[in-house]
Ligand binder design. Structure first.
Ligand code: RFL
Ligand code: PHB
Length: 389
């Protein structure tokens, strides 16, 4: 098989890039290790920045998001029971959209099935060849048969543990990493959310987050130990812990029910740079990870994909390599700012094993500063709703 752009990974990055390239008439093939149901079964992001919403519209898959997405003009922070509303609209004139990653992925998959290029699901032993030159190739196995795709470029959209970044020689890529000494235990439940807006709560027992997917489906998280096991958390234990970390008035309103998904996510900050090696371009979690506290991971992935798509369109449309040559530096400038914001939100809201009395007072004074300063709130709102590319 021959194509212009071979895309590794059919998560949101790979599917969105494929969709944009299809619409621009640029030939592409997506190769995914898992099956579509597995990809859809991963419950992840819930908050879309305006730039992501705009990209979804531009990709022609915005109809369901427009109907079912929940625009949010603010969120709430709580610190040991004291609360502070961050009014995005009043502070920076912007908002976010609560619409789950699962829904975005489903909308992209359906569009692909209707009118998209080929997606090879269930490919194993995916390998990249000759990516340092102008004629790269992908090989893989599918149902015991060998497959090969010759292409002009490879887009590595295969997440943190994918094969793309690992195919770059170690002396041509540099990584920066922080692994946090805790995780998030998340529960999805078909009950109305406890509040109209997201609540991020700092408590001496640890962080908690009240989020949602719709008016009738809630997503809750509590900070847990990095090595805890999900089997040790019954629904009752989870809800008890969540209640203890919330303002009592909010905790009283919590409507519980049987969890329909429960999982533990580790927290990590990671950046690999540059995001290009020869004819391979990395996008999304393949190149960077943020802890979920700032709700930035999917949004960063989407802004990478927008820039990469524009660069390919420039290359195939205008014959210019400027976009491809500038891609890595352009996206990394934004990525590092989101890394900083996500690290900062994480530092403010979590209990670290070495959090002593002094550090808790510093966290408290950070919260008090936010509560008393419109400028500090505007900075939070500007970052949360999304910095420009
Ligand atoms: P993905 O989603 O990991 O998709 C990569 C795809 O590549 C496939 N793959 C391979 N395919 C072929 N060959 C191989 N060798 C392969 N290896 C892997 C995988 O099967 C997969 O299908 O990366 P992508 O597309 O870059 O998307 C990134 C987002 O998924 C991620 O950034 C977000 O989910 C992060 N995130 C959040 N982001 C937000 O913007 N807002 C949020 O509110 C938010 N909340 C979250 C989150 C992530 C979380 N977890 C579990 C890490 C909350 C959580 C709990
Ligand atoms: C979610 O709804 O899953 C969610 C929302 C906000 C975050 C992280 C996750 O910061």
């Amino acid at each position: 098989m021959r194509t212009q752009v071979a895309i590794i990974g059919a998560g949101p990055s790979g599917l969105m890039l494929g969709r944009l390239l299809d619409r621009a008439g640029i030939d592409n093939v997506i190769v995914e290790r898992q099956g579509p149901d597995y990809v859809l079964g991963r419950i992840r992001a819930g908050v879309l920045e305006q730039g992501t919403v705009d990209l979804i519209e531009e990709a022609g898959i915005g109809a369901r998001m427009r109907q079912e997405g929940l625009p949010h003009t603010g969120c709430e922070l709580s610190f040991d029971g004291d609360t502070l509303r961050i009014d995005f609209d009043a502070l920076v004139g912007r908002s976010v959209m609560v619409y789950g990653q699962t829904a975005v992925t489903r909308d992209l998959m359906e569009a692909h099935r209707r009118e998209g290029g080929p997606v090879v699901y269930g490919a194993s032993d995916v390998r990249l060849h000759d990516i340092d030159g102008p004629a790269p190739r992908i090989t893989y196995a599918l149902d015991g048969e060998a497959g090969e795709i010759a292409c002009d470029f490879v887009a590595g959209c295969d997440g943190f543990r994918g094969v793309s970044r690992a195919s770059i020689p170690a002396d041509r890529i540099r990584s920066y990493e922080r692994v946090y000494p805790f995780g998030w235990l998340g529960v999805l439940v078909d009950r109305p959310p406890v509040s109209d807006e997201l609540i991020y709560a700092h408590h001496e027992r640890g962080f908690a987050l009240c989020s949602m997917r719709s008016q009738v489906r809630s997503r809750y998280y509590v900070q847990c130990g990095a090595d805890e096991r999900v089997e040790d958390w019954s629904d009752d234990r989870f809800y008890d812990e969540l209640r203890r970390r919330l303002d009592p008035a909010v905790a009283d309103r919590l409507v519980t029910g049987p969890s329909i998904e429960k999982s533990i996510a580790p927290l990590r900050s990671f950046v690999a740079e540059p995001m290009r090696f020869g004819s391979l371009f990395l996008a999304g979690d393949a190149a960077h990870i943020v802890p979920p506290t700032g709700a930035k991971g999917l949004n960063l992935a989407m802004s990478d994909v927008r820039c990469l798509y524009e660069a390919f369109a420039d290359h195939y449309g205008a014959g210019s390599s400027a976009g491809l040559d500038g891609y890595s530096a352009r996206v990394l400038a934004r990525i590092w700012k989101a890394e900083r914001f996500s690290w900062w939100m994480t530092s403010l809201l979590h209990i670290f094993p070495d959090t002593d009395r002094f550090s808790r007072r510093i966290q408290r004074s950070e919260f008090d500063y936010l509560a008393g300063s419109r400028l500090a709130q505007a900075s939070l709102a500007e970052n949360y709703t999304g910095l420009p590319i």
